[in-house]
Structure formats: structure tokens, C-alpha cells
Write a protein that binds this ligand. Structure first.
Ligand code: HAM
Length: 416
């Protein structure tokens, strides 16, 4: 039996799970202030949900999906991202009358990519989707929420925001035509990958990492010249909003994003601190997605952040409350100690019981779990209604009444 995790997957345990939970909790508390509700869609969907929305020519659909036939003969795909499933849930759940809607989500995603630092095959995303708001205010709120969240987890100064406008459908179609004709005239100098993209997805050549392609892209027609008046006005309102909120940004006309459903504003928060996989949070508008899936025309904008990538940047591990140990003096005091643990835990204290062994073994166990102090309770103490408190750092000992345990421990917690 192979016992190592499958390539590109990992176990979350110890510090990695603590960081993961810290990131998700901070995201939850941020989105709460913006009036979001949480949604959790299934980990797998009918393959069509992704194939028809992300684009046949996108990297995800053409080579990265975990797709299989289930026992009923249905083609199923493990979700590579969360936006298409939420659009599907919106339509199948008949939520159109509840618009506008603001959803927060988090969970595992699956892409068969080449694993490297910051890139796994099972990774975790947290994200938001705002449905039914076509005004640029939604773009601004989405971007400012992302910025507030990244600062909240301690990443201030470690990232930059890059944005662009893809324009509406007509602007984009006109641009793709001009771009294709320009690139056709340089076909012989393009990289092999880009020659393939030229037919199916020419926009992706713009963000090609190959130097050969970049030399050609440098003089390509620029997207902004093809934007319709309404796309221009929308984008100007977004950038003005960012300026007003003092959120620095950079416009990069080669930012096109890899998925077909995007239109108008697209963006990435990037870092220079974790290597090649530098996008820590990215997203954009998708005003045609829901309609294209068979729902009523509904605007949408959102983002997703890779939790593993954020974890590479998060320095502080969450500060947890201190642990108290309860040490029974001999077998006869064990039941009373279980009751004391139960009571203290229900009051919100972190408590560990040193279950077995002689006194010295039990004290060693208290030390090992990292307790700051131990409540030592024997039969005599129970009769007198007291416990002895031992500070495990200083060794100081004192007696306290069982009735005032909770106020005593609260005081220790605040001093710790
Ligand atoms: P995406 O850019 O494909 O967009 O992924 C979003 C984020 O997920 C990336 O910026 C990155 O941090 C993380 N990520 C992607 N692939 C991997 C991987 N293999 N390993 C680790 N982290 C990864 C979307 O998924 C869109 N659904 C975002 C969105 C929401 N657009 C609108 N709403």
C-alpha cells in the first residue's frame, strides 16, 4: 500500500491547520461586516457546469480537471473553482427573487496541475460572489473587502493590486479580432504554445510568460483602445473609487485571466515573496455567466484566494487562550476532576486532564500539553471545597476555593 499523500495533496495538521483556520476565521469576520452569508456547494458537480462556463480552451478545462464517470454513468468533475457552482446553485435554488445576494465560501478545489511551491492539486480557496449588482460600487466593495481582509491577516505591504478591464462582449470581440490579426502577422515568431492558443484563446497570449511572446505582445494593439463608452465609464468609476479609498493599484493591460466567463473588471493581488505562483487572490466580473448557464440575466463579481498561498505569507500563528491542566491526586479524585473539567470547558476555558499515572507522571503530562498551571485536586481538597493551584512557570503554589475557580482562572488568563 502506498502511504504517502497523493502528489500535489497534503495533510493539514499542527501549525498548518492553525494557520488555515486563522485565515478562514479572519475572512469570515471580515465578510460579516459587509453583509455576506456563507454558502457551501458540493465538492463535485456535473462536468458541464465547468466545461460550458470556464471555456473549452482554458487550461482548467483542457488539461486540469478531475473528471470521472460515476456508477450511474454521469460525467462528474471535482470542482476546480467555486464561481460556476455558485451560479449553478443560484439558478437551481431559484434565488433570482432574493437579489442582490452576497455569498462567502471556502473549501477544497481540485486541479491537475504540476505541483510546486504555492501550487497543489488539492488546494483550498476562500472567496466571495456578489450577484445582481452591475454598478461599479460592487467592484469597489469587492476590492476593498479583499484589501481589508489581506491587511487583517497581517499582509500589509506584502502585495500589490493589479487590475484591468476586459470590456463588454462587443468590446472584447472587436479587440480579439484586431489582436488575432496582429498576432497572425507574427505567427512564425510566437512560442509553440502560443501558436496553439492563437486559434482557440488568443487573449491568453497576452499573459504568456515566454520572452519570445512578450517581445511581440509589447507592440500589440491595446485592449483599452477597444473599450465601449459604457465599459470605459465603468472602469473609470472603479479606479476613482479605489483612489478615494486610498487603495493603491496598477493597471496592467495584459491581465486577461484564464477563464471565459470574465468581462469588464478583472484583478489580481500579487506578491513577490513566494516565487512564481504569485497570485494570492484574484477575480473579476462575470455579468453573462448566469444567463449563459440558462438563468435570467444577472450581474456578478467576486474573487477567490488560495489559502495555502496566503499561509506562506502569514507570519503570526494565531494566539490561543492558555491551557489549564487538572491533575487528580490519585484514582479516587478522578471522577470529581472530570466534572471540574466539564464545568470549566463549558465556561469557555481550555482545559486538559492528566488522566493517569502517579503524581509526578501526571505533572509531566501537564507540562507536555503546554499548560501554564495545574489545578491539583485530591479527596481532601474536594472535602474542603478547594484545589491547589500550581503555576508551572514559577512553581508557586496556592489554595483556591472551588467556588471561585472561574474568576481565578479568568484573572490568570488576562495576565498570561
Ligand atoms: P483563479 O485565479 O483560478 O480564480 O484562482 C483563485 C486563486 O486560487 C488564485 O489566485 C490562487 O491564489 C489560488 N489557486 C489557484 N490554483 C491553485 C493551485 N493549484 N494551488 C494553490 N492555489 C491555487 C478562480 O478560481 C475564480 N473562481 C475566482 C473568482 C471568483 N472570480 C470571480 N469570482
Amino acid at each position: 500500500m502506498k502511504l504517502q499523500p497523493v502528489r500535489g495533496t497534503h495533510d493539514l495538521v499542527g501549525e498548518s491547520v492553525a494557520k488555515h483556520n486563522f485565515i478562514v476565521e479572519e475572512a469570515r469576520s471580515t465578510v460579516d461586516n459587509y453583509g455576506f452569508e456563507e454558502i457551501s456547494t458540493p465538492i463535485f458537480e456535473f462536468s458541464e457546469v465547468f466545461k460550458r462556463t470556464l471555456g473549452e480552451a482554458s487550461d482548467i478545462v483542457s488539461k486540469e480537471m478531475y473528471t470521472f464517470e460515476d456508477r450511474g454513468g454521469e460525467s462528474i468533475t471535482l470542482r476546480p473553482e467555486g464561481t460556476a457552482p455558485i451560479a449553478r446553485a443560484f439558478i437551481s435554488g431559484g434565488m433570482a427573487r432574493q437579489l442582490p445576494l452576497k455569498f462567502f465560501y471556502q473549501g477544497p478545489m481540485f486541479r491537475y496541475e504540476r505541483p510546486q511551491k504555492g501550487r497543489q492539486r488539492q488546494f483550498h480557496q476562500l472567496g466571495i460572489e456578489m450577484l445582481g449588482i452591475s454598478e461599479p460600487q460592487a467592484d469597489i466593495e469587492c476590492l476593498s473587502l479583499a484589501d481589508v481582509f489581506l491587511k487583517k491577516i497581517g499582509l500589509e505591504g506584502k502585495y500589490k493590486l493589479v487590475i484591468n478591464s476586459l470590456g463588454d462582449e462587443e468590446s472584447r470581440a472587436r479587440y480579439v479580432e484586431a489582436l488575432t490579426s496582429y498576432l497572425e502577422s507574427h505567427k512564425s515568431d510566437l512560442s509553440e504554445d502560443s501558436v496553439k492558443r492563437l486559434e482557440k484563446n488568443p487573449l491568453r497570449i497576452l499573459d504568456s510568460k515566454s520572452e519570445q511572446d512578450q517581445a511581440i505582445v509589447k507592440d500589440a494593439p491595446s485592449l483599452s483602445e477597444f473599450l465601449s463608452e459604457s465599459s470605459k465609464t465603468h472602469f473609470e468609476a472603479v479606479t476613482a473609487g479605489l483612489e478615494q479609498l486610498k487603495i493603491p493599484f496598477e493597471i496592467d493591460e495584459t491581465l486577461v485571466r484564464g477563464l471565459d466567463y470574465y468581462c469588464e473588471t478583472v484583478f489580481e493581488f500579487r506578491t513577490e515573496l513566494i516565487g512564481a505562483q504569485d497570485a494570492i487572490l484574484s477575480g473579476g466580473r462575470y455579468d453573462k455567466l448566469i444567463e449563459q448557464m440558462g438563468g435570467a440575466s444577472t450581474a456578478g463579481i467576486g474573487f477567490a484566494a488560495g489559502i495555502e498561498r496566503l499561509a506562506l505569507l502569514v507570519e503570526k500563528t494565531p494566539v490561543l487562550d492558555p491551557i489549564f491542566s487538572v491533575v487528580p491526586l490519585g484514582k479516587s479524585a478522578e471522577n470529581a476532576c472530570i466534572a471540574i473539567c466539564h464545568e470549566l470547558r463549558s465556561q469557555g476555558f481550555r482545559v486538559e486532564m492528566a488522566y493517569s499515572g502517579n503524581m509526578s507522571k501526571r505533572m509531566k503530562k501537564a507540562d507536555k500539553v503546554g499548560a501554564i498551571g495545574a489545578l491539583i485536586v485530591g479527596e481532601d481538597e474536594i472535602d474542603k471545597g478547594i484545589a491547589s493551584w500550581k503555576n508551572l512557570k514559577t512553581g508557586e503554589q496556592q489554595e483556591i476555593s472551588l467556588n471561585s475557580l472561574s474568576s481565578f482562572l479568568s484573572k490568570i488568563e488576562t495576565e498570561a
